[in-house]
Design a protein around this ligand. Structure first.
Ligand code: NAD
Ligand code: ZN
Length: 365
């Protein structure tokens, strides 16, 4: 057994009478669905939430690849959940025991300099992306949610848990870091590199702005088929065709107005920067574990804007409104459904999307 696996065993080998099942990280390449201590209230603004539905994110796969070194061995992964509030701290003012809530992947203290601007991802008081990253996450029977009043949303009637789950991370990510940061405008030609759940979220929410054409680029034909269903007008397999040629054809040789990177690799970031027209926007969503080359020698005189970012989930209220009023359909992301005890099988299915066709997998107790 590797050293990390031994640490994993030791970390979780003392089941008390207050235990639960959870997906525990054991270092790069290692994970285990195992017994873990049930979370307790630590601060007066915390809630303990019973997880009714959770999912796996591309970022969890990055963690398991070792791309996110700050994740410590023994941590429970997962940052997306809909759940029922089991207990609350004495300082909680809004959230109530028994209430069903959407748990945002990003935690907000609500009062720091960044939270006051809606930039919850940059929270200075221990918020930001902490669930399943810096503190135990949602791939478990229970999760402790810090600053629960400002980091959860009441579940509205008439929207399914599966749809709500898509609003905890991927749809706000595609929308905020792709479409809004990329400043998609009516009539634009939008290139989206990577048609995973996040790229598809960017495609779906870009449609809200009535672009002229959305071009989805991926190596996986299954994903490209999904991209068409999600609203892409043109799909390009960059393993077999040249996306630049296609974009140039579509734009009379100018280049894309907006290029959204939704993979997290050097090659895909570089591709996004080659597809862009002068004065266009490159919006990087991908989580990068390695440095990328930025070809300023070509880009400097093109007046290109390049944005990066961690999702804030500040648009959850708007997105909830769009979903509630049926103006945005997010019911088609879930391809596979599992029970929590099948967590390892769910990870296998999700990580082999090329063969399984998985987009989002759900896990319920
Ligand atoms: P995913 O792995 O499911 O999808 C990535 C897609 O990229 C796949 O369809 C894959 O076939 C495609 N791909 C891989 N290599 C490619 C290449 N060379 N050229 C073209 N396509 C290629 O991931 P996802 O869940 O959709 O997430 C996408 C990225 O967004 C990840 O890096 C994830 O960590 C990141 N993310 C960022 C934030 C944020 O706040 N910025 C939040 C959530 C996720
Ligand atoms: Zn804050």
């Amino acid at each position: 057994m590797s050293k990390s696996a031994t640490v994993l065993e030791q970390h979780r080998s003392h089941p008390s009478n207050k235990t639960m099942r959870a997906l525990v990280y054991g270092g790069p390449g290692l994970k285990k669905w195992t017994e873990a201590p049930k979370p307790q209230l630590l601060h007066d603004t915390d809630a303990i939430v019973k997880v009714d539905i959770t999912t796996i994110c591309g970022s969890d796969l990055h963690i398991l690849k070792g791309d996110v070194p700050e994740v410590s061995i023994g941590l429970i992964l997962g940052h997306e959940a809909i759940g029922t509030v089991e207990s609350i701290g004495t300082g909680v003012k809004v959230v109530q025991v028994g209430q069903r809530v959407l748990v945002s992947c990003v935690t907000s203290c609500s009062i720091c300099r960044f939270c006051r601007e809606g930039r919850f991802g940059q929270c200075l008081n221990g918020g930001g992306w902490i669930l399943g990253h810096l503190i135990d996450g949602t791939q478990a029977e229970y999760v402790r949610v810090p600053y629960c009043d400002t980091s959860t949303y009441p579940v509205p009637p008439g929207v399914s848990d599966e749809e709500l789950l898509m609003l905890t991370d991927i749809v706000p990510t595609g929308f905020e870091i792709g479409v809004l940061s990329g400043a998609v405008a009516p009539g634009d030609v939008v290139a989206v590199v990577g048609a995973g759940p996040v790229g598809l979220s960017a495609i779906k929410t870009a449609r809200l702005f009535n672009p002229r054409s959305i071009v989805a680029i991926d190596l996986d034909n299954k994903r490209l088929d999904q991209a068409k269903k999600f609203g892409a007008d043109v799909v390009v397999n960059n393993g077999t065709s040249d996306p630049l040629e296609q974009i140039m054809k579509l734009t009379g040789g100018l280049g894309a107005d907006v290029a959204i990177e939704a993979v997290g690799l050097e090659a895909t970031f570089e591709l996004a920067t080659t597809l862009i027209r002068s004065c266009g926007h490159v919006a990087n969503i991908g989580v990068h574990g390695k440095p990328v080359s930025l070809h300023l020698e070509k880009l400097w005189e093109k007046d290109v804007t390049i944005t990066t970012g961690l999702v804030d989930t500040r648009t959850i209220p708007n997105l909830l409104g769009l979903v509630e009023s049926k103006k945005l359909d997010v019911s088609d992301f879930v391809t596979h459904r599992f029970k929590m005890d099948q967590m390892i099988e769910a990870y296998d299915t999700f990580s082999k999307a090329g063969t399984t066709g998985a987009l989002k997998v759900t896990l319920t107790p």
